[in-house]
Design a protein around this ligand. Structure first.
Ligand code: IMP
Ligand code: MG
Length: 225
């Protein structure tokens, strides 16, 4: 997997601050840390993905991340316009939907990932996927394959979080073969996290931080099934 040059500048951080939400055991990344990471990712997009035109947020999880990031990119482009000596990037933003699991916490290794492609034409375009979290990598792999099948010239990935401990070998091999440009803002421990768009059964997306969901809540809902 190739990292976009300078991606290391987006230093992974883990805070582990206690939080006053009864369902969350600790905050991994608070609003300030998220804001700082987005600025760095925006700088990366402006400096290294200048020829990427189509941006594809994966709904619903990436909605907060993508909406903040694309506005940061716009502001950053304007700030750097003298240095860049190029016209403004006019982004095409169009969402994709990928479904691999509903109310559970892990995707089924054998299940097909259902992909609904963005409605815009990606033929001959450089396309950047915006994803909340890359876990096994199967979701991003399925979407990347579908975008190439639809004629995309190149597909890159920007993810807010990277749960690399759980990466699937086939996905890693595929990203390497494609020499895919990948940047992630934060490392994610092998725990189930919620907030800032990330959900558990559709809940917790509205949290203004990313935190670890109390494991007993996952165990309790698994028992009810
Ligand atoms: P993958 O296909 O295993 O990489 O799974 C990626 C998808 O699973 C992401 O788009 C998320 O929607 C979801 N996911 C993975 N880990 C978490 C988590 O800790 N919290 C919430 N959603 C997660
Ligand atoms: Mg998702």
């Amino acid at each position: 997997m190739s990292r976009i040059p300078d991606a290391d500048d987006v230093t992974p951080k883990v805070a582990g601050v206690p939080v006053d939400d009864p369902d969350v055991s600790s905050v991994l990344y608070d609003a300030n840390m998220i804001e700082g990471a987005l600025e760095q990712l925006a700088a990366l997009v402006v400096s290294h993905l200048g020829d990427f035109e189509v941006f594809v947020p994966v709904t619903t999880g990436a909605m907060m991340f993508a909406s903040d990031l694309v506005r940061s990119v716009y502001t950053m482009e304007r700030m750097l316009r003298e240095e860049l000596r190029r016209g403004y990037k006019r982004m095409v933003i169009s969402c994709a939907t990928c479904a691999s699991y509903g109310a559970g916490t892990t995707s089924d290794a054998n299940a097909e990932v259902e992909v609904r492609l963005p409605s815009c034409d990606v033929k001959g375009k450089r396309v950047c996927i915006l994803e909340d979290i890359i876990d096994t990598g199967r979701t991003v792999m399925a979407l990347t394959k579908a975008l190439y099948a639809a004629g995309a010239e190149e597909v890159a990935l920007i993810a807010l979080m990277d749960k690399s401990a759980r990466r699937d070998a086939e996905a890693t091999k595929y990203f390497e073969e494609k020499n895919m440009k990948i940047a992630c803002a934060f490392m994610c421990p092998d725990e189930f996290v919620v907030g800032y768009g990330l959900d558990y059964g559709g809940r917790y997306r509205e949290l203004p931080f990313i935190g670890v969901l109390k494991p007993e809540l996952i165990a309790a809902s698994a028992e009810k099934k």
